[in-house]
Design a protein around this ligand. Structure first.
Ligand SMILES: [Mg+2]
Length: 364
């Protein structure tokens, strides 16, 4: 079997909030690039990448350039292909950035092909540790909402059966620490003590702010506090992690596998979050998960639950899947949630099929 052809398409997907219907700004869209990698045996693997922002045209070109280098290759020899792509482009790109985002789309499509060729779902190919995984609602309880909106959104998520959900602090404007604390308590009060509540800071605090505010809310019982300061300040993160009882999560902004070694060796986080696109695809994601396991650390996913559910389920230290609904509409069907857990699909590969009508509607 050989790769025969490919097709990359840029889409602009509405930035709405299908979970609780609390969109921040109506009409805003997010660019994503989808890839179809076709073999001479008729199998089509699909991949996706994002974060191109105003350089999405460049990212699209990078996906096409790398995909062209895969034509004629055996899609089951994924590490050989990854090495070829690196060798062909090393002087043009840094260790992260557009190369890695584009590589991710290719790697995901190759794993989809492998699953389809072997008639096995991806989560089983990668280790198959569990056939159900916890998931948490993300993207609804944002910092821009009023207290009343946040409470309402939390209640909608509970009604939908979520047992875990994430909110945000580092509120807009110049809030006092007391205002930050009040907000997370409002959300906790709305959901009660037994729901797992995470809170994302999105790198907006200084380490000393994180220790100050974090120590005032230890009794809120957060499941984790995420990206409390600049993601590459490994020593600053380690200081916060050592100072607080609340577990600290981070890693979604970390590129490739080697920076994770530095982050983990510094004991910067209690929970390692791995982004599929920034790490460079399924192959690299699993390597970081293995590295975290060796350090007795759990791993969690970032966005794209429809794909990441396979990876979190595959590894023994997978903790929970971020249910961020950005791209769910692109597919005819995505994994079901039962009693707050995602059910792993039986279909081969990713088990996903593009909804062609939706793709046509969102095409850039
Ligand atoms: Mg985050």
């Amino acid at each position: 079997m050989k790769i025969a052809s490919f097709e990359a398409t840029t889409l602009n997907i509405p930035e709405d909030d299908p979970l609780a219907n609390m969109p921040e700004e109506a009409g805003r869209t997010r660019p994503v690039i989808i890839l179809r990698l076709r073999t001479d045996s008729g199998i089509e693997g699909i991949g996706v990448t994002l974060y191109g922002g105003r350089m999405t045209r460049s990212l699209h070109a990078a996906v096409e350039d790398l995909a062209a280098l895969t034509v004629g290759e055996d899609p089951l020899r994924i590490e050989k292909i990854v090495a070829k792509l690196r060798a062909g482009t090393g002087d043009a790109c840094g260790p992260g950035g557009i190369f890695t985002l584009a590589l991710s789309a290719i790697d995901v499509a190759l794993w989809d092909i492998k699953g389809k060729a072997l008639s096995q779902p991806l989560w089983k190919l990668l280790g198959g540790h569990r056939d159900r995984v916890p998931t948490y609602a993300s993207g609804s309880l944002r910092r821009g909402l009023t207290d009343q909106q946040a409470q309402r959104a939390a209640q909608i998520l509970l009604q939908k059966g979520f047992r875990e959900m994430k909110t945000q602090m580092a509120l807009p404007g110049n809030p006092t620490p007391a205002e930050e604390v009040r907000r997370v308590r409002v959300v906790r009060d709305a959901i009660g003590p037994d729901i797992k509540l995470m809170c994302d800071i999105n790198q907006r605090w200084r380490p000393e702010q994180a220790i100050d505010i974090g120590s005032r809310i230890e009794d809120v019982g957060l499941f984790w506090l995420e990206d409390v300061t600049a993601a590459d300040d490994y020593a600053g993160l380690a200081r916060v992690t050592a100072a607080l009882k609340t577990p600290i999560a981070g890693g979604e902004y970390v590129w490739g596998i080697v920076p994770f070694r530095h982050m983990i060796e510094a004991r910067s986080v209690d929970i390692v979050m791995i982004d599929l696109a920034r790490v460079g695809g399924v192959s690299q994601w699993m390597k970081v998960a293995g590295m975290a396991e060796a350090f007795n650390l759990p791993v969690v996913s970032h966005v794209m639950p429809e794909i990441l559910v396979h990876l979190v389920a595959a590894c023994p230290n997978g903790l929970t899947v971020e249910y961020m609904p950005w791209m769910l509409a692109l597919y005819e069907e995505t994994p079901a949630i039962e009693k707050g857990q995602l059910v792993l699909p039986d279909k081969p590969g990713l088990g996903l099929k593009f909804d062609e009508k939706v793709i046509a509607r969102f095409r850039a």
